[in-house]
Ligand binder design. Structure first.
Ligand code: ADP
Ligand code: MG
Length: 401
């Protein structure tokens, strides 16, 4: 079940208690997990996320004045501040808001700059997306605000336009140069389906996750600092590979255009690390398309094998795994009911994603937590989900926009 109606009722009550009137509606926006396709986005490749059954809930009403009146229930914090001014640059304005309020304010700023009517808003929100675990609590927050501003403003916009506005808000107001996947997935999620997303063309296809499978997400609770170098250095190595390969293959604009065969022939012309990074990205693009194929056929064992192969590639070629992630994946593999497992997200800590037999998922999750704890002394956080529905505006009891 994507919606959590008891949480919606709680949130409405909290809004009403604070503002002495019920909210105009509730925006719900889910977090996401990437099933495969890691570090492929900036190489113009494919990613394969699904929205998860954890969401931000934002109860909201319009205000006549250009004011943001917000309460973050999970943090026990609130603000009343002017709306950002779309005619002024982002950076200085962003600093006027506490960090948690920049996501909503940033979305208002981007939408207003693109000519949308964005009114003042009073809102109360809370979330079941774990914060800072790589399940994109930040994108969920942005998408909840975009959904509310759109509903209250009464204008039309495609889900992709909203996703892009949210991405720009994260760039401009939170200072994080993220790709489009997280906001895309939060807006386009479909119950029971994962989303094969082409980062070059922005086209996507919904692919069913067979009913006999569940997603198990395990947070290692480890965060190694992704020193600037880690991420940026690898991006530069990918760009270097493109430059070298384009000399002999002018059609190559990004690693997405490179095939395994081409890479094999050209491997002597690439410095070792550059070749390894390119091999990961090229292989990962292929695996992502193959996994979508496997799931279309309902072939869960093959889909799972591709996940294990993806993990090995991130560990050995792209080199962004850490011992705790490897421990979690090895533990998952040893427990009955696991089709596949891999690290998900940028790496250096965070979560693994497991594709698991649905009937065994609860026992699996318990066994995984125990094994990981025994090996590391760290209690992991493990959550179960089926692919969930994307963001929605709930306009009063039972009605959906
Ligand atoms: P991730 O997106 O992986 O969860 P980020 O660091 O990108 O991690 O975003 C986390 C930030 O988003 C938090 O530090 C906070 O500012 C904001 N945020 C997310 N969820 C909430 C929430 N429930 N209440 C308030 N702020 C939140
Ligand atoms: Mg984030």
């Amino acid at each position: 079940m994507t919606r959590d109606q008891s949480r919606e009722a709680q949130l409405s009550a909290a809004f009403e208690e604070r503002f002495h009137a019920p909210p105009a509606g509730i925006a719900r926006a889910p977090g996401r997990v990437n099933l495969i396709g890691e570090h492929t986005d900036f190489n113009e490749g494919w990613v394969f996320p699904a929205a998860i059954e954890r969401s931000v809930y934002l109860a909201a009403s319009p205000l006549p004045d250009p004011v943001l009146e917000l309460a973050a229930l999970d943090l026990n914090e609130e603000i009343t501040l002017p709306m950002p001014d779309p005619s002024k640059p982002a950076e200085e304005q962003a600093r006027a808001y506490p960090a948690w309020a920049r996501y909503g304010a940033g979305v208002a700023w981007v939408l207003a700059r693109s000519g949308r009517a964005v009114q003042g808003l009073r809102g109360v929100f809370s979330s079941t997306v774990p914060i800072g675990s790589g399940l994109s609590s930040s994108a969920a927050l942005e998408v909840a605000f975009a959904t509310a501003f759109k509903a209250l403003g009464g204008w039309e916009a495609s889900r992709m336009e909203l996703a892009q506005a949210c991405q720009q808000a994260e760039h401009a107001f939170a200072g994080v140069k993220c790709g489009l996947m997280d906001q895309f997935a939060s807006l386009h999620g479909k119950e029971g389906f994962a989303l094969l997303f082409d980062c070059r063309t922005l086209e996507f296809e919904t692919i069913p996750i067979p009913a006999q499978a569940a997603l198990v997400i395990a947070d290692t609770r480890v965060r190694h600092k992704l020193e600037d170098g880690g991420y940026n250095e690898r991006r530069e190595q990918c760009e270097q590979a493109v430059k070298i390969l384009a000399r002999t293959h002018p059609q190559v604009r990004a690693l997405r255009d490179v095939t395994t065969a081409m890479l094999r022939i050209e491997s002597a012309s690439l410095p070792d690390l550059v070749r390894m990074r390119a091999e990961h990205v090229v292989g990962e693009c292929e695996r992502t398309l193959l996994m979508a194929d496997a799931l279309r056929r309902g072939d869960l064992p093959s889909a799972g094998e591709l996940m294990y192969a993806g993990h090995a590639s991130l560990r050995d070629l792209y080199q962004v795994s850490v011992p705790e992630l490897d421990t979690m994946v090895a533990a998952a593999k040893s427990i009955p009911g696991c089709y596949g497992a891999r690290l998900t997200g940028a790496g250096f800590g965070g979560c693994t994603i497991q594709l698991v037999e649905r009937e065994k998922a609860e026992a699996f999750a318990e066994a995984l937590a125990t094994k990981y704890f025994d090996a590391t002394g760290i209690p992991p956080e493990v959550l179960l989900s089926r692919p969930a529905e994307g963001a929605e505006w709930i306009n009063g009891p039972g009605k959906k926009e």
